[in-house]
Design a protein around this ligand. Structure first.
Ligand code: ATP
Length: 511
């Protein structure tokens, strides 16, 4: 097993052990690619959602939120192009009977080549030391250039054949590249077919009158169909944005990566409406703004990178992903898309209603262009959880497992312990909780030795442990122990609120 697989397995089992994520309907052996969030998971997820919401809605005068229904009029999905084009190319391996996304097989192949190039670059950087010039090396070293070129050729050909809907060529490409099934190791592939990812359902009591519906595959369309409602009632002026978080459903072909790819998941999307012609300016603005939001959490800037799309979706004129270094490598975490006026125009055509904005400065009406930021809440959860989980060697030769969640996102902010279960210490600990609980999620723990309680909270991700001891009775101070540094300090009980408040304040993190 590779180190990466090993780390990923640890994340999955830790998520279960500490009440973050359970398999859906586990007692019935689970449901594929569907997961439930446990007592800690629900808090972490809520905190991530809130961090996104505040930074989008509260921090921007010209962005407001909505909460649209999951069910939408079926024509919505005709207009948006999802009925005709929301499909992935699938391919089966005849020997292993495993199903894959044909595009992902090619992308993974290209990514492997790029990783080989990175290895060469890292080796050279080590050899040359301070005098190493990456740019020159990458553009002159034969081997690196070869890897990059081969990767680029593969993805460019994939993009071209998918654009032309030439699925036979996608198969030919997979064969030419010699891509084998990771399970059977064989090249015995079926033809490539398109598979629509939307879940269908029915609305209505009797079979004859029931209407065919879809569970929404993205939250964005709920924003588009409400564009005029919000613009008019909120007296919004262009440029302005509408934000929304909520469930989306996709019948994913391959869903074997825990909460990275689920069939029911949550999105956090913002559609920013701009003047036609100004979309590129805003596209770049939102790319940078979103990257800054990610790096504000302190998980390490080196774990993010942009990936500009070569193959654009039917609605886009520019698109990039923010990729994150997951335990299984760099993969898409968020998409930033310049969606042109495609969606609003399509809804105008299908509904017969005008979806335009009268721009008083230009003295004309137009269908706005849209720049979208779209992130999966569950993927963000996985990014945070996997980077935060660390195993640390300690000075005394032992080690500890610690979940270094950003304090702002941690499910429980502080655990309060009486040193012993007597002498009035539990009562004081309860009093502290009764004070802190109005502002923070806190918990009480009196079981086991204090050292063991520290370990338990380290692994659960709690940033502060507060211990009440006999000195507390004398001078109303407690010991605060910090999760990341393991440092301990003596703090007056009345200062606890301020200390925790500072560490978890939105203002402190968003800067
Ligand atoms: P992918 O290429 O990984 O299938 P996508 O490009 O189809 O993703 P978008 O349609 O741009 O994804 O959706 C926006 C965001 O929603 C993604 O960046 C991702 O974070 C999240 N997302 C999409 N599909 C899933 C899924 N099946 N499970 C969890 N999150 C998802």
């Amino acid at each position: 097993m590779s180190n990466q697989d090993d780390q990923f397995k640890k994340v999955i089992s830790h998520a279960k052990e500490y009440g973050y994520i359970f398999q859906s309907s586990e007692i019935y052996d689970g449901l594929s690619a569907v997961y439930d969030y446990g007592q800690n998971g629900v808090e972490l997820k809520k905190n991530i959602r809130e961090y996104w919401w505040k930074s989008m809605v509260q921090m921007h005068e010209n962005i407001v939120g909505i909460d649209a229904a999951i069910f939408m009029h079926p024509t919505t999905w005709k207009a948006s192009g999802h009925v005709d084009a929301f499909s992935d190319p699938l391919i089966d391996n005849k020997d292993s009977k495993k199903r894959y996304r044909a595009d992902v097989l090619v992308e993974d192949y290209a990514e492997k080549l790029n990783q080989k190039a990175e290895k060469e670059i890292a080796k050279a950087a080590k050899r040359f030391g301070d005098s190493f010039d990456r740019e020159t090396f990458v553009t002159t070293n034969g081997r690196v250039m070869g890897y990059h070129q081969k990767a680029k050729d593969a993805t460019a050909r994939l993009a071209k054949s998918l654009d032309a809907d030439d699925l036979a060529d996608v198969k030919a490409l997979i064969e030419e590249l010699g891509i084998v099934c990771p399970v059977s190791g064989s090249k015995n592939w079926t033809e490539v077919r398109q598979f629509n990812l939307m879940f269908g359902t029915k609305l209505g009591a009797s079979a004859e009158t029931a209407t065919d519906l879809y569970l929404r595959p993205e939250t964005a369309q709920g924003i588009f169909v409400n564009f005029l409602n919000v613009q008019k009632t909120g007296r919004m002026k262009i440029p302005f944005g509408i934000a929304q978080t909520g469930k989306a459903f996709r019948n994913e072909i391959v869903a074997r990566q825990f909460i990275f790819r689920m069939r029911e998941f949550e999105q956090m999307e913002m559609q920013f409406f701009v003047r036609p012609g100004e979309e590129m300016k805003w596209y770049h603005h939102w790319k940078e703004t979103r990257l800054k939001w990610h790096t504000s959490l302190g998980l390490g800037e080196e774990n993010y990178r942009f990936h500009d799309h070569e193959k654009l979706a039917h609605y886009a004129n520019a698109a990039a992903d923010i990729e994150f270094n997951f335990p299984f490598g760099f993969k898409e975490l968020e998409g930033i898309h310049s969606r042109t006026d495609f969606d609003l125009k399509a809804h105008e055509e299908h509904s017969g209603k005008k979806l335009q904005f009268f721009d008083p400065e230009l003295n004309e009406s137009y269908v706005p262009y849209v720049v979208e930021t779209s992130i999966g809440l569950d993927r963000m959860f996985l990014a945070v959880l996997s980077k935060s989980l660390q195993e640390e060697a300690l000075d005394n030769g032992t080690s500890r497992v610690v979940l270094k969640l950003p304090a702002l996102l941690a499910p429980v902010k502080a655990a309060i312990f009486p040193l012993v279960k007597k002498d009035g210490l539990p009562e004081i600990a309860r009093e502290i909780i009764d004070e802190l609980k109005y502002d923070f999620n806190v918990l009480y723990d009196e079981k086991d030795a204090v050292g063991k309680r520290y370990r338990r909270q380290d692994a659960a991700g709690t940033p502060f442990c507060i211990t009440v001891d006999h000195q507390t009775i004398e001078d109303k101070t407690v010991t605060v122990r910090h999760r990341d540094t393991m440092e301990q300090q003596r703090v007056a009980i009345e200062e606890l609120g301020e200390l925790i408040g500072k560490a978890v304040s939105f203002r402190h993190w968003i800067k």
